[in-house]
Design a protein around this ligand. Structure first.
Ligand code: 6PG
Length: 232
C-alpha cells in the first residue's frame, strides 16, 4: 500500500466489518476519556459514508450522557432539510442507546451563514478540548470537512496558526454555504479518524499530497495522530 502520510491504516474486507470495528474503537476511546476526565467529545462529518457507523455507535451501551457530539461541518440549510448534517446525526447517531447524547450543531437560526458565525464559534469555544476524536470523510475531489479545493478562503481554513475554530466558506463546487471547523480546530483532538470507502477514494487519498488536495493538510501535519479506516 502506497504511503499516505497516515500514522496507521486499518483495512477491512467489507463496510459492515469496518463499521463494527470502528464503532468499537470509538467507544473505547470515548469511554477512556470519560474515565480520565469525566466527559468525552466526538466531532463527526456528514455525507453518506458514516451512516452505517452512526447506527453501530447508536446501539453501543456507553455513557452517552457524558458525551458531546459536534459537527465538523454543516451546510447552511434548515436542520430539518435532507441536506442537513445535523439532521443526519440526529436521525442515525443520536438514537437508541445514544438518544440522550448532546448534539452541538453549527447551523444557527440566522438566515445568512456570515450572521450565524459568531454564535457557531461560541458553541465550539465552550466545548472541552481536545476533542476525544474527530471523524473525517473525504470527497472524490480530495476535500474533507468543508475544505473545498476551489473555496476562495481555503488558505485561511488550512492556516495552522489561526485562532478561529469555525469559519464560513463557499465550496463553489458543491451546494450551500458551509460552516466548518478549521484545520487548527480539527487538530485540537486526541486522534483523527479518516473514514473512507471504495477504491476510487483510496486512490484519491494516496495521491492527495502529490496533487495538493485539501485533505493533504491532515496527512502532512504531525500534531495529531491520524488513522485511515478503509473498506472496499
Ligand atoms: C459534508 C461532509 C463531507 C463528507 C464528504 C464525503 O458535509 O458533505 O462533511 O466532508 O465527509 O463529502 O461524503 P460521502 O461520505 O457522502 O462521500
Amino acid at each position: 500500500m502506497e504511503e499516505t502520510g497516515m500514522n496507521d491504516q486499518k483495512n477491512y474486507p467489507d463496510q459492515d466489518q469496518l463499521n463494527r470495528e470502528l464503532a468499537a474503537h470509538i467507544c473505547d476511546v470515548l469511554s477512556a476519556d470519560i474515565e480520565k476526565t469525566g466527559s468525552a467529545s466526538l466531532a463527526v462529518s456528514g455525507g453518506n459514508t458514516p451512516k452505517g457507523l452512526f447506527r453501530c455507535l447508536s446501539m453501543s451501551e456507553i455513557s452517552w450522557e457524558k458525551i458531546t457530539i459536534v459537527l465538523v461541518d454543516e451546510r447552511w440549510v434548515d436542520t430539518q432539510s435532507p441536506d442537513s448534517n445535523e439532521r443526519l446525526v440526529r436521525e442515525h447517531l443520536a438514537q437508541n442507546a445514544a438518544l440522550e447524547t448532546l448534539v452541538v450543531g453549527l447551523k444557527t437560526d440566522h438566515q445568512r451563514a456570515e450572521e450565524g458565525l459568531r454564535e457557531a464559534q461560541q458553541r465550539i469555544s465552550l466545548l472541552t478540548k481536545p476533542f476525544t476524536a474527530v471523524i473525517l470523510g473525504m470527497g472524490g475531489d480530495g476535500h474533507t470537512a468543508s475544505w473545498f479545493p476551489k473555496a476562495q478562503n481555503l488558505k485561511n481554513l488550512l492556516d495552522p496558526e489561526t485562532t478561529d475554530e469555525v469559519a464560513i466558506t463557499d465550496p463553489v463546487t458543491a451546494p450551500h454555504k458551509r460552516a466548518t471547523l478549521t484545520l487548527s480546530a480539527v487538530l485540537n483532538s486526541r486522534e483523527i479518524i479518516v473514514h473512507i470507502t471504495g477504491d476510487e477514494k483510496r486512490a484519491v487519498i494516496e495521491s492527495a499530497q502529490d496533487n495538493g488536495y485539501p485533505i493533504a493538510a491532515i496527512l502532512e501535519q504531525s500534531k495529531t495522530p491520524v488513522t485511515l479506516w478503509w473498506a472496499p
